[in-house]
Design a protein around this ligand. Structure first.
Ligand SMILES: Nc1nc2c(ncn2[C@@H]2O[C@H](COP(=O)(O)OP(=O)(O)OP(=O)(O)O)[C@@H](O)[C@H]2O)c(=O)[nH]1
Length: 908
């Protein structure tokens, strides 16, 4: 760069002289005229200024300080103070670049790359053309020079010894030099022309201008390439960002590279360096650079085609290239750790490790519950698919349903409910008496928990287990055995608590209600009152515009019973009750008992299909072949269709009342389901026991005053047992808890007595008696065995026992109040108060309180109570007295209140 005039500069950059002059001033240089020279230094200054103003910032040196060090003075244990260096390190965090922004940037850079390549090609062409022109010009100049030299040689010969050459020095100043005459010819030819002609000068200037432009292009190319490198680096960073998000970068950030700016780690920095080196090398040799550039571009394209692979891809070889397989893992309600691991195709150790992390210590053989297993599976990146343990059961049920066909109308199943003594049993008996005993020739009615009657409108089946307790026990087992509830309300008693409860139960089950207003024969019968009271529970008679049929009956005389049966049949018709007649039978266990000589006798109600002798029945946890079928009259029958109650023999044990039964063909499946149910029941039992243990622990820890009433209970049939257990369970309160230590069906045995004795339990028998040995044992142990035949009798007794265990309640009772009118002081008695008894009686020996402005200010005792001069024990309302309070001086206007603490027994 040579010194140039303002005009020359303007020509060079293709701007007006005025614009250049202004730029010079803006760049902080002195103002110039058109022909003033601008020195090289000034030109550089101007170029720097222009670059800056066009956004080409001077290359900044970025120095990121990851740590700062300062000095602090501290006093040591010896008391001496010393200075310590405090180094504060900054946390480096990778920022994940925004993918959208990156994509935009990438597109822009690609466009810029294409443009710059096109520009470079064009410029190369121009350069070649210019070079050619320059060479031509030079050749022409040389020819001219040679020509002029030839003519001057002739004149030299004339001037003999001196030749003058004019050398144009920097700045265009010409100086004359005297050269020795005998200059070798070839030397003259080798040197540049001594005098620069106007054409030469112009050529040189053009050349310089061209060179400057080329430098600019070079710079531009380098810049583009640097940007390219940056782009690639950022691209890699974007790909790597995901992998590094959770990690703390451990590498140091390079400080001398603007691209780094605290973002790039070692790997990226290295890649950047590589790019930089390539660019640097490329700039030294245009040819090599071009080749390299080409190769690089080819690589780029190849890499792009290959997706994520890049020139730096080899740096991340540690990554596992395989894609993770996500399994759908079926999880049953309980699953072993080993089994779960197998389903996820991992080692069991990995599962136990994860469990440990989650705070659960488990071995491979341990079983975990469905919720924990689901969590684990999710944690390990798979999909948990919870499956029901009842799948085998469901499959079995499905198979049974599949085999059902020939859908027919079936008889309704009716349960009779109502308050105690309102006549439920009487009603059932009356219906049976009129419809069964009389209807069936010679039939001996047998108690099987249900019976069916034939009416003009069809068959009706009654469940002979009256009361809502049995109804709810069945429902709690999922057996919706009842279609209609007949609610018995005594006309002379009206709606009672258990009437309301029965309504709630029926409502909860969605079972329609028919009301039987009983005891209409009684003189005190008031059916309207019943109707009225029932409306409070939103049971409105059809007569009153509601939808509940109500029959006025007498279980004693049989009046209205036909109407009731008619209502039931009509309701059944409305409900369009249907069931498949053919196919495998299924239904519900009504009752089961152990009978001497017959073994387990199970009463069932068929709900679907037809139950036949010889069928394989699965009921609850037991299964077996039906040896015999008996109807309610004790008659052996071959089969029973829908809604028909029968007794079956052949099961190995007594299933619980309310259990569902079904006929299966596959014994293996039946065993599988039976086993599963047994295990489930055992687990439930264990859970209950654990809960009990826990409960006891808490009780002991926190509330020392909780009492337990332990019970050993034996009943005749499972139905009563379920009902009683449910009822007893509800009796527990915060203070007294009922704990059934043992319960079962059958007579009270010696072991029951032993258990009751050891656990300090009361021994209760419902419709069963203790055998001889048990009786003897109870006598020796001085134990009381209580027998019942009415559920409510048993419950009431338990309630009383619980009440006896309750701590008595203490209540305070005010016995009398006296107003203090005057206070006298005597040296002998101290302060004595003259009072008037205004309420009750003032007692000398009872506790007192002193009240001032109706606020208690003292509680204590009287020191003396006198009437006139005599000491007395009590003074009644309206009488005057003198009294002294021990340890307290009363004032006129105070009130003396006498009280006592009374004990009240509490009931459950
Ligand atoms: N006068 C009269 N008495 C009846 C009628 N129905 C029942 N009783 C009497 O009422 C009492 C109770 O009858 P139950 O049939 O035992 O009543 P329940 O509702 O079954 O009683 P629990 O089984 O204890 O809940 C008995 O003394 C019956 O004789 C009736 O229609 N008229």
């Amino acid at each position: 760069m040579a010194d140039k005039t303002v005009k020359e500069l303007a020509e060079m950059v293709g701007k007006t002289t005025d614009a250049v002059k202004q730029q010079l001033v803006d760049a902080g240089l002195p103002a110039r005229a058109e022909d003033d020279l601008v020195t090289e230094l000034e030109q550089e200054k101007l170029v720097t200024y222009l670059k800056q103003s066009h956004g080409q910032q001077e290359k900044r040196r970025i120095s990121l300080k990851s740590k700062t060090t300062s000095t602090a003075r501290v006093t040591g244990s010896s008391g001496k103070s010393k200075s310590v260096n405090v180094e504060v390190r900054k946390k480096k965090v990778f920022e994940k670049p925004d993918p959208e922004k990156m994509a935009e940037e990438l597109a822009a850079r690609e466009q810029a790359l294409i443009e710059s390549q096109e520009r470079a090609a064009k410029e190369a062409e121009e350069r070649a053309a210019t070079k050619k022109k320059a060479e031509e010009r030079q050749a022409a100049t040389l020819a001219a020079m040679r020509a002029s030299l030839g003519s001057s040689k002739k004149s030299d010969d004339k001037n003999d010894d001196i030749s003058t050459s004019v050398v144009v020095k920097k700045g265009g100043k010409a100086t004359a030099e005297v050269k020795p005459k005998e200059q070798p010819k070839k030397k003259v030819a080798a040197t540049k022309p001594k005098v620069e002609t106007a054409a030469e000068r112009k050529a040189r200037e053009t050349r310089e201008k061209e060179e400057a432009r080329l430098r600019e292009i070079e710079l531009e190319t380098r810049r583009t390439q640097a940007e390219e490198a940056q782009k690639r680096t950022l691209e890699q960073m974007r790909k790597m960002a995901g992998k590094y998000t959770d990690r703390e970068p451990v590498t140091e950030v390079r400080k001398d590279e603007p691209l780094a700016e605290g973002l790039v780690g070692d790997a990226l920095e290295e890649s950047f360096e590589k790019e930089r080196r390539e660019i640097k090398r490329g700039s030294n040799s245009t040819g090599t650079r071009g080749r390299r550039r080409k190769n690089q571009d080819e690589r780029e394209i190849k890499n792009r085609k290959n997706g994520l692979r890049s020139t730096q891809a080899s740096q991340h070889k540690f990554e596992k290239p395989v894609e993770k397989i996500v399994y759908d893992v079926e999880i049953s309600e309980q699953i072993s750790v080993a089994d779960l691991a197998q389903r996820m195709a991992v080692k069991a150790r990995e599962v136990t490790k994860l469990l440990m992390k989650m705070g659960e210590m488990a071995r491979e053989s341990d079983t975990i519950d469905q919720a924990t297993a689901s969590l684990l599976v999710e944690e390990m990146g798979h999909n948990p698919v919870p499956v029901s343990d009842t799948k085998v059961e469901d499959d079995l049920q499905y198979a049974v349903d599949e085999r059902s066909s020939n859908i027919q109308t079936r008889p309704p199943v009716v349960t009779i409910m109502g308050h105690v003594d309102h006549g439920k049993t009487s009603l059932l008996d009356k219906i049976r008496e009129t419809k069964v005993a009389n209807g069936e020739a010679g039939g001996i009615t047998q108690h099987i928990g249900a019976y069916h009657v034939k009416t003009d409108r069809g068959v009706i089946t009654f469940l002979d287990t009256p009361g809502h307790a049995a109804f709810s026990a069945m429902r709690s087992r999922g057996a919706q055995a009842t279609d209609i509830v007949v609610l018995v309300v005594a006309a002379d008693d009206g709606m009672m608590p258990q009437t309301a409860e029965a309504i709630d139960h029926a409502r909860a089950a969605g079972t329609p209600i028919i009301v039987a207003i009983n005891k209409m024969d009684k003189p005190g019968a008031d059916p309207d009152r019943v109707l009225n009271e029932l409306t409070t529970k939103e049971v409105v008679s059809e007569e009153w515009g509601g939808d509940t049929p109500m029959a006025r009956i007498s279980a004693k005389t049989g009046e209205g019973i036909e109407d009731l049966l008619e209502f039931i049949s009509l309701q059944a018709e409305l409900m369009e009750l249907e069931a498949p007649l053919d196919g495998a039978a299924q239904g519900v266990v009504i009752e089961s008992r152990l009978e001497k000589g017959r073994g387990p006798v199970v009463s069932v109600l068929v709900k679907k299909g037809t139950l036949k002798q010889g069928d394989l029945v699965l009921a609850g946890e037991h299964y077996g072949k039906v040896r015999a079928l008996t109807d309610e009259h004790g008659q052996r029958i071959k089969s029973a269709g829908p809604s028909i109650p029968v007794e079956i023999l052949g099961l190995p044990e007594t299933p619980a009342a309310g259990s569902e039964f079904l006929v299966v063909t596959d014994e293996k499946k039946a065993r599988e389901v039976a086993d599963f149910r047994t295990n489930r029941e055992r687990e439930r039992q264990l859970e209950r026991q654990n809960a009990m243990r826990l409960e006891s622990m808490f009780d002991q820890m926190g509330q020392g005053d909780v009492s337990f009433l332990n019970i050993v209970l034996k009943t005749d049939v499972r139905g009563s047992l379920e009902a009683l257990l449910a009822a007893l369970n509800e009796l527990s309160t915060d203070e007294v808890k009922v704990r059934v230590i043992s319960s079962g069906v059958g007579p009270i045995s010696e072991s029951d007595v032993t258990l009751a004795e050891s656990s300090e339990a009361v021994l209760l028998g419902f419709n069963v008696r203790a055998d001889a040995t048990a009786r003897r044992k109870a006598d020796t142990a001085n134990m009381d065995i209580r027998y019942y035949s009415v559920i409510y009798g048993l419950i009431d007794d338990v309630k009383s026992a619980m009440s006896g265990m309750l701590a008595p309640e203490h209540r305070e009772k005010i016995l009398g109040v006296a107003d203090v009118r005057e206070v006298f002081r005597s040296s002998k008695f101290g302060a004595a108060a003259g009072c008037m008894v205004v309420e009750g009686t003032i007692y000398r020996n009872k506790p007192i309180r002193v009240l001032r402005d109706d606020q208690v200010i003292f509680t204590g005792q009287l020191q003396s109570l006198r009437r006139y001069k005599e000491d007395v024990n009590e003074v009644r309302t309206g009488m005057e007295c003198g009294l002294a309070v021990r340890g307290y001086d009363v004032e006129a206007g105070d009130k003396i209140e006498v009280f006592e603490i009374q004990e009240f027994a509490r009931t459950i």
